[in-house]
Design a protein around this ligand. Structure first.
Ligand SMILES: *[C@@H]1O[C@H](CO)[C@@H](O)[C@H](O)[C@H]1NC(C)=O
Ligand SMILES: *[C@@H]1O[C@H](CO)[C@@H](O)[C@H](O)[C@H]1NC(C)=O
Ligand SMILES: *[C@@H]1O[C@H](CO)[C@@H](O)[C@H](O)[C@H]1NC(C)=O
Length: 470
């Protein structure tokens, strides 16, 4: 029972910890010349874990203890009975001894009475024996129940702790993410660095901000992408796009006027690609109201302009369909957009599977320049561009990704770096940078995930985000 007590104590302390979650954030615009002030308050949301099993064990414990009490009561009853039977037997024994000594003092009727009394005691003893053996059966089953309960408790305690750790970790990530989002807004408010390349590169990736499960609400839609237009046309600055499928394939895309509508799955446009223009792979992006994706036939670059509703294709000589990223097949062409324009990376037989960066001239949709890197594409998870620099990501362990390599197309310098970041779910098929908000967008096992990026600013003093928190 010690296990139970310990467990219940653990439960109550956790219950006390977990309270209704709330995150509040507000702008205090009081005029008065102090400017915008932003408030970031975090409340620890309630820990979510399955207490159903626990309740069952608790109930079982209650039942067992009630049954035990009943049995204890019965045992007391048996003891009383046994004492009285023993007294009776002693009395009978004494009578029989007396009878044996003076047989002549007793007649047949007396003998008859004695026999009846003996038979009665015998019957009582048999009855008691039966009760005791049924009681023993109860004890055996109670024992089994207790053993089972202890096993469940032990098991629960292990998984419970694990769940607790996971839940706490998730809550921590959530709160941390919201805090970062808030910090980020402060930063944008005070010192907008959006569009600026006055930095020496990424120094930190924030915690994963898990937005939502995809619009199909299906975890089997493991392949896809989501994000914002990296060069939005007027009035579509807050537009989001999304496309997914159960395999690395693109046949349709949805558009949402803003983030809220993305989460509400309220699209304003759903477009299916013509069957002869469908694509493979998931490293597609939307830029200038145009979808850029990997085309099936011919194997090459596909483009669909939603303003003109026109398709275009380009073949890159030598580009191979034989090299994809580690965790996701058919990702042969990876589109990327940054402050400097549109890019695509791929590998070829000639490059022995090593990544090639190609700059795309947007008006002509042709490759204007190319760079060969030393990164073997099948050994890495994904890649993206920021300010003309290619960043390549690899998987470290079940939770961790790492930006481990960068190639600057301006200087043709490559270097190995280590900027680790946390993955939400196991696999992802789309990771891209968006220069309009300096965020990384990931389509992670069916979930919309994004990350803030922190750069090593070289320009004039940047306000430290932590100082902005009032
Ligand atoms: C806003 O800030 C001012 C001054 O710091 C304070 O007096 C006021 O109560 C705040 N208002 C809200 C709504 O928090
Ligand atoms: C899409 O079409 C519009 C209208 O012709 C044009 O202005 C825009 O440049 C096109 N975008 C791309 C990426 O081709
Ligand atoms: C930031 O950039 C400066 C100047 O290039 C460099 O000395 C410093 O090591 C960089 N810091 C990090 C964390 O990369």
């Amino acid at each position: 029972m010690i296990g139970t007590l310990h467990f219940l104590a653990l439960l109550s302390s956790t219950m006390a910890l977990g309270r209704a979650g709330l995150w509040s954030e507000g702008r205090n615009e009081t005029g008065g010349g102090s400017g915008d002030r932003c408030r970031c308050d975090a409340f620890l949301p309630s820990s979510t874990f399955a207490i159903k099993d626990l309740v069952v064990v608790e109930q079982t414990a209650g039942e067992v203890s009630h049954k035990l009490e009943l049995e204890m009561g019965k045992i007391e009853e048996y003891e009383t009975k046994l004492t009285s039977y023993a007294e009776k037997i002693m009395k009978l024994t004494a009578e029989i001894e007396k009878m044996e000594k003076n047989p002549d003092d007793y007649n047949d009727a007396d003998m008859e009475d004695m026999t009846v009394e003996i038979k009665q005691v015998e019957a009582l003893i048999k009855e008691l024996q039966l009760s005791i053996s049924s009681s023993t059966a109860v004890f055996v089953s109670l024992q089994a129940q207790i053993t089972g309960m202890v096993e469940t408790l032990n098991k629960l305690e292990k998984t419970y702790d694990k769940n607790l750790v996971l839940a706490t970790r998730r809550e921590y990530i959530k709160v941390q993410a919201q805090l970062e989002e808030c910090e980020r807004r402060h930063q944008e408010l005070f010192n907008p660095n959006i569009g600026s390349c006055a930095h020496t590169g990424i120094i930190r990736v924030g915690v994963p901000i898990v937005s939502h499960l995809n619009a199909h609400l299906s975890t089997s839609h493991k392949f896809g992408g989501w994000g914002k237009d990296s060069k939005p046309i007027p009035d579509r600055e807050s537009m989001f796009w999304f496309s997914s499928y159960t395999s690395p394939y693109i046949g349709d895309i949805r558009f949402y006027t803003n983030y809220k509508n993305l989460i509400l799955r309220n699209h304003f446009q759903h477009h299916s690609l013509q069957s002869s223009w469908t694509g493979t792979g998931n490293n597609f992006i939307v830029r200038d109201n145009t979808l850029y994706y990997q085309l099936n036939r011919p194997f090459g670059l596909g483009k669909f302009n939603f303003t003109t509703m026109k398709y275009e294709s380009r073949v890159i000589p030598g580009a191979s369909s034989g090299f994809s990223y580690t965790n996701s097949p058919s990702q042969n062409f990876d589109f990327a957009a940054d402050e400097t324009g549109l890019w695509v990376t791929y590998a070829s037989q000639e490059s022995s599977g090593r990544l090639i960066i190609a700059k795309i001239d947007e008006p002509s949709f042709g490759v204007s320049e190319g760079w060969l890197t030393s990164v073997y594409k099948p050994g890495v998870s994904n890649a993206f561009m920021v300010c003309g620099v290619l960043y390549v990501v690899r998987t470290v362990d079940t939770h961790t990704e790492e930006i481990f390599y960068k190639f600057d197309t301006k200087t043709k310098q490559e270097s190995y770096i280590s900027v680790p970041f946390e993955r939400f779910q196991d696999k992802y098929s789309n990771l891209d940078y968006n220069p309009t908000d300096q965020k990384l967008y990931m389509y992670n096992d069916g979930y919309y995930v994004n990350y803030h990026l922190w750069f090593n600013h070289t320009a004039e003093a940047t306000v430290e985000p932590s100082l902005l928190l009032s």
